[in-house]
Design a protein around this ligand. Sequence first.
Ligand code: AMP
Length: 214
Amino acid sequence: MNVMLLGAPGAGKGTQAAKIIEAYGLPHISTGDILRKAVADQTALGLEAKRYMDAGELVPDEVVIGLVKERLSQPDTDKGFILDGFPRTVVQADALGGVLTELGKELTAVVSIDVDMQALIERLTARRTCKSCKGIFNVIAQPEIANGVCPACDGELFQRDDDTVETVTNRLHVYERSTAPLIDYYEDKGVLRHVDGNRDVEDVWTSVDAILQG
Ligand code: AMP
């Protein structure tokens, strides 16, 4: 099963990807995670990517396309994969189409998680991530995590550098301009399925899983 999760920053792609991994054991290809690791490791790629990420801008297409191409060529993706945060532009979507054709793969489902704009801003600025288990939490929904301790594993919670109010606003503008057109792009290809992401995680998951079950 080859799944793509589409949606604005904060729509819940990472949270639903974690659910898919738990249920189906598919490898998770998150360009955001790959880039954040490169930044943490201070590789040349990470140093270049950091300035775009800190500003809430997209990293250049050729950089992320190269990363995804390499990742999709690894054998663990033969049983399927979850694409999360890629593609984010029509250029990336076209490149992905070419790579998948070359590898003899195709997308099983493109799931668009739809969330209202105001809710996105609230979710992103309230988001906290665990350094240890990578769990994603929300300090408004779960005020007890304001102490910085992960409720799942007691690890240390942190706020992503790009989840500040200024960067979030820009990321949402960039989404509207560059990524939202992909909804029509995949709708035209007849593979797009919409899920109402304005609901509880478990309700959203019920809808996502129903789509994956076919
Ligand atoms: P994410 O974790 O998916 O929200 O990504 C965090 C940041 O990484 C984005 O704001 C971009 O700066 C960069 N990024 C992640 N995926 C892509 C992509 N497909 N194209 C360009 N930049 C990306």
